[in-house]
Each structure stands twice: as structure tokens, then as C-alpha cells.
Write a protein that binds this ligand. Structure first.
Ligand SMILES: [Ca+2]
Length: 235
């Protein structure tokens, strides 16, 4: 029995060591594992799903393990996961966020916000970077102070299909900030000399939100959320 165990364990240990050696450099600086398998919605600072909307964590046995299913129900505007549990983000540095997303429809409206704290009266910029699924396109905007929406890029989006998203934001309260977006490895947006940090501070939000889709159910499935300092961290 003892010898059998040793023979069974040895290849496992070797595989683990090789995996570590191979993946360690690329993932050396993952700062947040926001996968649904890592504690469900406890990975977020909070969840804002207006009644009767809800988020749950199904496992479809497709290798992803648990995923988030942000389900905006009929009669509600919003279902989002907000912020990084236990972390207050700061400006003067770059954040990369990586995740997979699939929506039920080609019109899930807002699926990501780089959202400011406080009320409209307190903020300069409610959401400096914002992404929508609309008209079967994934669209990204730079929203400058004064609610000035500036289109930064778009890419075709097929409902019912997973997409790999990598978003980098250099968070600056001056106009020396920048952000870039890759979808399925393709560069979709690359904006420089923009203001990416509100005086109230910012947090990421993922989900589905929009006053124009109150009458329909909208679902945004999200898997493999990560945060790091480089694109390689979240690749
Ligand atoms: Ca997962």
C-alpha cells in the first residue's frame, strides 16, 4: 500500500512542479482571483442586483467550473458585481482585468463600468471607462468629465458565445491616463491622454445594466475574473 502510494504520488508531484515552473512567470503578479470558484460573490466588494434580479454560480461541466450568471430580470434595470473584496484601488498605476463573457442577447447594455464612488454631485466622472453590448457589438467609451461620451472602439459580438476580454487601465486623475482593450486577442481600443480616475476613486463593475432593457431578461455570464498589473498577468 505504501509503495503504491509513492508511485501514484510521484508523477503528480512532478506534474505540479512543471506546471508551476511553466506558468509562474506569466502569472507572477495576479493580485485578485475573482473566479466564481473562489468563494462565489464574496470575491466582490458587493453585489447590486435590483429585485427581482439575481446572480448565481452554475457549473456547466465545460471545464470552467463555476461561473457567474448575472441575471437582470424583467422589471429591473441592474445586476452587477462591484469592486474587489477587501481592496481599495488607488490611482497612479495600471490595472489589468481579464475575464470571459457571454451574453444571452446582443443587447445586454452596460456590461462593464470603471465606476466612480459617490453621487453625481460629488463626482467629476461617473464612469471614465464603460463597455456595452449593443446592436450585437461590444462597444467601449471614454466618458470624459461633463458626461462627454467618446467612442473608443467596437467589435462584433455574438450572443451565446464566450469571449476573452482583457482591459488595461492606467489610472490617472490628470489627463495622462490611458486604457486599452483586447477581445479574443484582438486590439479593439487604445486611448491615451485621457482622465481615468475620478476624485472619488473608481472600482470595476461587471454585469448587465440598462434602463432601456427593463422589459426583457438579460444575462451576462462571466468566468475567470482576474486582476494584475500587466496584460500577461490576466492572459
Ligand atoms: Ca470558474
Amino acid at each position: 500500500m505504501q509503495r503504491s502510494n509513492v508511485r501514484l504520488l510521484a508523477p503528480t508531484a512532478m506534474a505540479a512542479a512543471l506546471t508551476f515552473a511553466t506558468t509562474s512567470p506569466a502569472h507572477a503578479a495576479v493580485e485578485w482571483d475573482g473566479d466564481a470558484d473562489n468563494g462565489g460573490t464574496a470575491v466582490f466588494a458587493s453585489v447590486v442586483c435590483d429585485d427581482p434580479s439575481y446572480v448565481y454560480q452554475p457549473d456547466w461541466n465545460d471545464g470552467r467550473g463555476k461561473i457567474f450568471a448575472f441575471t437582470k430580470a424583467v422589471g429591473s434595470e441592474r445586476c452587477e458585481g462591484l469592486g474587489i473584496a477587501g481592496r481599495t484601488l488607488t490611482d497612479g498605476r495600471t490595472y489589468w482585468f481579464g475575464w470571459e463573457s457571454m451574453t444571452k442577447t446582443g443587447n445586454a447594455q452596460t456590461v462593464f463600468q470603471w465606476k466612480s464612488w459617490g453621487t453625481d454631485a460629488e463626482q467629476d466622472q461617473n464612469y471614465p471607462v464603460l463597455m456595452k453590448v449593443e446592436d450585437s457589438l461590444l462597444k467601449i467609451w471614454y466618458v470624459a468629465p461633463g458626461e462627454q461620451w467618446i467612442a473608443a472602439g467596437s467589435v462584433p459580438w455574438t450572443p451565446g458565445t464566450w469571449n476573452k476580454i482583457e482591459l488595461g487601465i492606467d489610472a490617472r486623475s490628470s489627463t495622462s491616463g490611458s486604457f486599452s482593450l483586447y477581445v479574443n486577442g484582438q486590439l479593439v481600443a487604445d486611448r491615451h491622454d485621457v482622465r481615468t480616475w475620478d476624485l472619488k476613486g473608481n472600482v470595476p463593475r461587471w454585469g448587465t445594466y440598462g434602463s432601456t432593457i427593463t422589459g426583457v431578461e438579460s444575462v451576462n455570464w462571466v468566468d475567470g475574473l482576474t486582476m494584475g498589473s500587466t496584460r500577461g498577468d490576466v492572459d
